[in-house]
Structure formats: structure tokens, C-alpha cells
Design a protein around this ligand. Sequence first.
Ligand code: NOJ
Length: 718
Amino acid sequence: MLYKNPTAPLPARVEDLLERMTRSEKIAQLTQTFVYDDIREPVKSNIRKQGLGSRILALSNLAGNVTERIAEVEDLNELQRVAVEESRLGIPLLHGRDVIHGHRTVFPIPLAMAASWDPALVEEAFAISAREAASAGVHWTFAPMLDIGRDPRWGRIIEGFGEDPYLAARMASVAVRGIQGPKSEEGGPPFAPDRLLACAKHYIGYGAAEGGRDYNTAEISDNTLRNVYLPPFKAAVEAGVGSVMSAFHDLNGEPASGSRYLLTDLLRGELGFQGFVVSDWGSVYELTAHRVAADRREAALLAFDAGVDMDMCSDCFGDHLAELVESGAIPESKLDDAVRRVLTAKFRLGLFEMPYTDPQRGPQVQFTDEHRAVAQRLAARSLVLLKNNGILPLAKDAHRIALIGPLAEQRRALLGSWVNDGLIGETQTLLEAFQAACPQAEILSGGGPLTDEMLMAAARADVVILAVGESNARNGEANCVASLDLPAGQDALIEAVHGLGKPMVLLVLAGRPINLPRAVALADALLYAWHPGSLGAAAIAEVLFGETVPSGKLPVSFPRAEGQIPIHYNHKSTGRSTTQYHDLPSTPLFPFGFGLSYTTFSYRNLGVSPSEIQSGKCVTVSVTVTNTGTCAGEEVAQCYVHDCVASVTRPERELKGFVRVRLEPGESQRVEFVLGPDELSFYGRDGRWRLEPGLFKVGVGGDCRAELAVGFRVLAPA
Ligand code: NOJ
């Protein structure tokens, strides 16, 4: 049988297999299901009869919020054996799991990864996640999550790369490459055994939910959809992402999982996506709740016709596609196309050759020293120093340190939402990490809510480190908040410690921007730690005690209050400059791109050359960055562009390049950014990608407030 021959060309294998399949075997390939003990036998018997496209390794439609059972390799192999050895054609199952920011080695949450502004390290983190998950029998991860997040009330802001399309697109491509490996053509060689199939989600505009309430309606103009929300998905497609997940929400009057415009015209037609589309969990069935389908049959028809290839856990395809094809509502050729796409992914993953997982592999590959080192490095780079009056770094001989606060003794909160396989017991607490980093110091610790003991510890200490913020359960899917204030009681704790007159370092763990004006005013220093992962505590200790100089920068603007939302640096120009509030400045508390270091940097001699280019050519922007402080450090130099006049309104400024530079005290380096058609074009009124001639201004600096001090002109084509 040709399809079983690994040396035959992949497309030929797919066609050979497809020709042998019955309609019900085809439809089974378009179905994803979960398996719990009570339904194990019926699932097995279905697999024997007709096969199964995919098994999702989750038992809840809110998998990020619960502790999922760790997938046992023996259990996976057992069902796989039924598919491979007991079904007629032996088509292997595709095991999908949410490996969102690490597997057993947990990396910082994706929002924090973006705060590292270190694409190479982020790629390594995703490659490690893939390697570890593959060793546990996972074939397919539902990552990366590429929703632009402009609203911190929305709990899922933690899962994406922030507010900026350029930064998110850079992270999208490295995430896909890390998960799948370097791009190869469809039909090209299979992925390496330690890689997974990636899934770009939640396509598209899911982060724009009204009121920041998860799953809610979004209204996004085509201009904003294409110029702001699309770039990370475009980058993922260009990096060869093998699957895309359709989102839950209603966008501009059409649920995303039932939109032919989004899933077929835009994704396949314009972006050229060739992989397969999976719905989100139950989102095919939910078309009935959106009331664009009267029943499950109509939902199946609408979603399939729109471009969903695989139904995650709603069984609408399983129940109704056969009849829909039979009746002619869905052409057989379209069914075949969808099946082809799923089979192609299975062949590319090498599943026909290697359907099983070696139970010995996991322990050799997971949570190794090398993986832990990368997790610690990435966590350290993702920490953002928001205030420092000189108290940091702490002297290692500070003899009495109070480490207190509701999150001071937490392990789980360090990991964040979406942790299915990281082991809590393997996660060092802050106290353990501080003791290891600073054995000479006496550390007085106290977790939990405000207690007298905690304040007494603070009163006896030379310096207080107060760990506040969110638990892992307060953000992520379906966990939205109307107020961005610190959780109840924490402000009072900050006030009380401040009242003791002790130097106070605030350590904030959180998955979203939190309201910080009062905390910033009272603290001597504030380090924003996000949910930093398995090695997060060690990374925090490293930075607080000065072994590593902080270099993270915000991937999202921090509002002063909820009333400013949506607030993002790349807003449009208005007709008048008086769009102010009476009661608050219109600027954020901390701008996009902001983050302090233990040293300081200056930017001089900004230049651009040439000053005029033909359309389609590039300019080089250069600037001298100098370390003007007293210790070595890394700076993320950011290049912003302003398109002076265009046919549609354009953002006041847009990030179009960044680079990390390491400089010794007094050292300077000339850094360069090349801006060409990719950076200077945008989607116009007609939905076309266009480069318009005219004047552009540019600035380079340490955050989005960089002065736009030089300019160049793009000439009209002759
Ligand atoms: C629903 C979530 O929206 C999605 O991100 C996740 O991948 C699936 N559930 C599977 O757990």
C-alpha cells in the first residue's frame, strides 16, 4: 500500500489513502474528541470502526483553569494501538494538548515572554516545550496564541504577546519555528521527532471582546483588523504554521467559527494558509447559541462551509456531515479537501512511521538542567523594573530581609495559568530561591493575607520585599475583571508596610497590567514579575540581588485607571489635540516599551540614509547607544516610524524594529534598523497591502516615547 511507504512522496501517500477511505472514515478524521474513563470503551470501538482524527488531551473546556490529568504515555499508546492496529486503514491518532508556555519546564507566560523582547530565546523556549511535550506523546499544541491584547480586563491577555502587531508578529514567527522547526514546504519532509504541529489561535480579533469579557462580541473595522490583528497570524502563516484555531466570538456580525470571509477568503485566499483549521472547543455547536444556526446540523454546515476542517469536541461534524454530503449540501470534493489537509499533517508529523511514544523518553528529556537554564534566562529577561530609587540591587549582605505578602510562599502562582504538565513540587518558592541566592542573610518570611506576624517581621527587617499581585487563578480563560486594582486587601498591606518606614520593594506577580499608581508612589522599587514559570523565583532573586541587570520592557501599556481602556501607544491621530480627560492625564502610567535597568542608556546621532528612496527600496536608520551608568547592562533599542500623510488614517507611531544590545559602562554601539516595503506598507481602504510614497519620520529610543527626530522620503514610482 503506497500510503504506508515512507519513501513515497507525501502528496501521493495522501491521495492513495484518501482513495481507500469510506465517507464515514473521512468524517471521523475531521473529529476531535476527549476520552475519559467512562467513555473509553465506546471511543475505542468507534476508532476500530472508522478511526478518529484527533484525541484532545484535556478533559475540560476550561483546561487552563483546572489541573488536567497528566497524559500517561501508556494510556496514549493504548488507544493509538487501537487506531493503528485494529482499525481498517490504521490511521494514527493526532494527540492535541495545550502546551502554552512550557510542558514540564514551565516558561514565563507568553505576555512575559514578549516582555523579554528576545525572539531567539523565545524560540528556544518553544522548541524546548515541543521537545518535552513530544517526549510525553503530544503531537500537536494549541499554541501560539496570537490575539492582540489592548484590554487588560480580558483575562486571556496573559496568553498573547501584548498590544503591538510588530512585536507580536516577531514572536509569532519564532514561536512557530520553535514548535515546528524551520519551515518546510507542504508535502516536504516530515517534522523532526522532537517537534510538534503548531496552532495559531484564536483566529481572529478574539482579544477585542467588548468590555474585556471573554467570548464577547467584537467590532473591529477592516482597517484595524488587517493592520493590527492580522500581522501575527500573517507571520505565523509565513513561518509555515500547520494549523489555525477558529475563535469563539462574534466578529462584525459573524461568529469567527462560521465566517467564510475570515476562514477562507482572508486566511486561505489572501494569506495563503495551507494547513487545516480546527474549531475551538465546542465553537461549531456554539453557532446555535450565536443564533446563526438553528440546530447542530446547520451549525455543522455553516462551520464546514466557512472553512473549519476539524470539529473540536462538539461532534456536530460527526453527527451531520455524512447526511450533508449525501444531500449535496456539501460537495464530496470539499470533504476530501479537508481530509487531505488533516492527513497531510499526520504524514508530516511522521505518525504513520512512529505512532507510539517511548515511555523511557520523557524522563530523559524533561526538566533537564539545560531546559531549566533557558527557563531561568528567559524569566530573568522578562522581568520589568518599573521603579527604583536606588535601593536595587539589594546588597547580598543585607542581614535581615522580610519576604512577605500574599504571594511570598506561593509555588503555583509563579507558574501562571495554562500549566498542565509542570510540577508544582518542582517549582522553587521565592523563599527557597532567596535563601540559595543570599545564604548570609536572615530571611523572615510570611505568606498569606495581612497578619500581625507579617508586619512584625517587616518591622524587624532592614528591607521588606512584598510579594503582591494575582494568583494564577485570577487570569487566563474566562477570568476577566472589571477593576484592575490589586486584589482585596493588598493595597492596605502596602500602606501598612509603608507605614513602618522600612525600605520596601514591591514584587508584583500578575498576568495583566494592574492599577499601580498608589503602589508606585509608596514603594522604593517595583519589579513586575508576571507569572515567571518554574525557574521564576530564581530569576527574581538573580535580578533583585544584582547578579543580572533587569532588561525587560513592557509589551503592553499600563493604564492609570480602567477608564483609559483601550489605551495603546499606536493610536491614531485625531483632528484636535484636546482629547483629554478632566480627571486624569491621557497618557498611560507606564508606556509600551518601558522598563528600567540598573544602569542608564543614552541615544545620540540618530541618522537615516539615504534620505530619499525609490518605492520598494530600503533605508537604514542608525543611532549610537551608550551605557551612561556604572554597570554593564542590556538595552532594547526600539525603532518607531510615523507615516506623515497617507490615504487612510495611520497610527501616530508604530514599532518597526528592535534590537537588544549589551554594553559595558561607558561603552557605545551604533545600532541599525533597515526599513523597507514590509515595514512601510499597510492595508489600505481596498484591503490591499500598499506602500504609499511620501515622508516618514523615525525615532529610536528605550520606549515608545522616542523622539521622531529624522525623516526620509519614499518617491512615487516613476
Ligand atoms: C478553549 C480555549 O479557548 C483554547 O485556547 C484551547 O486551546 C481549547 N479550549 C482546548 O483546551
